[in-house]
Design a protein around this ligand. Structure first.
Ligand code: SAH
Ligand code: SF4
Ligand code: F3S
Length: 466
């Protein structure tokens, strides 16, 4: 009998393992989850260790030098793993995604030939095709049945993992702060339309998601047309979008990050004051407290504008917790300038914050500015700033003792019978609670604080909530 050539047609592909390592911001966390979703229909299931993976994706961050360098040391480790797997007769495809991929492109494969695929943050929805092409070149066949669609359309088909979820609503940045690579790695500001965002939020709610965090590099620059049939119509900002999403049944908490002080408009401040589902927590980075440095950073506002803005936000929502980002040692920053950063921190009072030593990023204006600050000076300033921020954080946490906070329980705790959840202020809260409370919001009385969490006790409905 004549042999017939068999080609695989539609049908389940053999199962393969994918391991995704995520660096950087929440946007990358979101993108990694979406990559996992995109790969599922072509037979990839997530595995816990790169050793077990047929495909390893490093979803990278370019924001500071250290972040970018981590990728290359990881690629060194993967190279050894890949040869080991090849010796065992198994292959390993290595892909670099994210902001290093965008910033360095082909340079990555030149520096690390072990890399098979480089895919930028705007192209990863094409991963299935890229993998298929790569597999074909190796003589394998892999079936994919994706039609050509917009990235966001493809990403709408997503699965939930627990009661909280990120939803990207805006990407890119037009602000061009002189220290920052994001406008180059993520491109110009683009907003997703209301219908796509609401569709994704509804799909998540149907899968038990109670809290959504709207993501964007400059999330409060989001803008979109009111959906057809809206009585007022017109252009919407983030405030209107949040009010609209708050109407979705099942979605009980809404957060958004990261906001820019320049885009904090009255509509959003009013929504923070009036919409209870909007959580009383705002990440509003200022970076520095000296007007001279703010100008050199191209932030587009003064320190006074920022402090007054916080006052207005607090007037609308008195219990709001503020979080921020800071950079110390930007070129030209003197001790006096740095002291003005400390003064802003004292004036605002932060519930939490991230602070960094300025890192020179190739291609940004800051990298070639005169008066770069010495590394030891940056270190000393960072230590002083972090000590102050840490005091504020622990004071804020200690102030919760005795209060009753609604907690959304997300996962099992370290101890038997314990669950871990989040307060409205994004603090971790652990409490003794049955597993049936997972995915539910319940009041807990805060009894104690540990360095990284609050210890709470569930209170019954008839117990005094005061
Ligand atoms: N879009 C956000 C920030 C994104 S980057 C915003 O505008 O606030 C996250 C943080 O990394 C920044 O807020 C900043 O504090 C820090 N960062 C960015 N570039 C940096 C650099 N070159 N060196 C040190 N920190 C940096
Ligand atoms: Fe970077 Fe500034 Fe844009 Fe934030 S606003 S992403 S810090 S350029
Ligand atoms: Fe990093 Fe890119 Fe996010 S540079 S901080 S992963 S947008």
């Amino acid at each position: 009998m004549m042999a017939t050539r068999q080609t695989k047609t539609a049908g389940p592909a053999p199962e393969k393992g994918v391991f995704i390592r995520t660096y950087g911001c929440q946007m990358n966390v979101y993108d990694s989850e979406r990559m996992a979703d995109l790969l599922k229909p072509i037979g990839y299931r997530s595995v816990d260790a790169p050793e077990d993976a047929d495909l390893v994706i490093l979803n990278t961050c370019h924001i500071r030098e250290k972040a970018a360098e981590k990728v290359y040391s990881e690629l060194g480790r993967l190279k050894r793993m890949k040869s080991q797997r090849e010796n065992d007769g198994e292959g390993m495809t290595i892909a670099v995604a994210g902001c290093v991929a965008q910033a360095e492109g082909a340079e990555i494969s030149a520096r690390a030939p072990v890399v098979d695929l480089v895919v930028g943050p705007q192209a990863y929805h094409r991963l299935p095709e890229l993998l298929a092409r790569q597999a074909r070149e190796r003589g394998e066949i892999l079936d994919t049945d994706f039609a050509v669609e917009e990235k966001f359309d493809r990403l709408a088909r997503r699965s939930a993992d627990g009661p909280t979820a990120f939803v990207t609503i805006q990407e890119g940045c037009d602000k061009f702060c002189t220290f920052c690579v994001v406008p180059y790695t993520r491109g110009a500001e683009v907003s997703r339309p209301v219908s796509a965002i609401a569709g994704e939020a509804r799909a998540l709610a149907a899968q038990g998601v109670r809290e959504i965090t709207l993501l964007g590099q400059n999330v409060n620059a989001w803008a979109g047309d009111a959906p057809a049939g809206d009585p007022q119509g017109g252009r919407w900002g983030l405030g209107e979008l949040c009010r609209f999403l708050a109407k979705i049944d099942g979605i009980d908490r809404i957060r958004f990050t990261t906001s820019h002080p320049r885009d904090m408009d009255d509509g959003l401040i009013a929504a923070l004051g009036e919409e209870e589902k909007l959580m009383p927590y705002l990440h509003l980075p200022v970076q520095a407290g000296s007007d001279k440095i703010l100008k050199a950073m191209n932030r587009g506002h003064t320190a006074e504008h920022y402090v007054k803005l916080i006052d207005r936000i607090r007037a609308a929502r008195p219990d709001i917790a503020i979080s921020g980002d800071f950079i110390v040692g930007f070129p030209g920053e003197t001790t006096e300038d740095f002291n003005e950063t400390l003064a802003v921190v004292e004036a605002v009072g932060y519930a939490s914050a991230f602070s960094f030593k300025y890192s020179r990023r190739p291609g940004t204006p800051g990298a070639v500015m005169p008066k770069q600050v010495a590394e030891n000076e940056k270190e000393a300033r960072l230590a002083e700033l972090q000590a102050l921020l840490e005091r504020q954080r622990s004071d804020f946490n200690a102030a919760q003792i005795g209060k009753v906070l609604p907690v959304l329980f997300e996962k099992a705790g370290r101890h038997e019978g314990q669950l871990i959840g989040r307060s409205p202020y994004l603090q971790s809260v652990h409490a003794t609670a049955p597993k049936s409370m997972l995915g539910k919001i319940a009041p807990a009385k805060i009894r104690d604080v540990t360095p990284n969490a609050l210890a709470g006790a569930l209170i019954s409905k008839d117990e005094d909530a005061a």
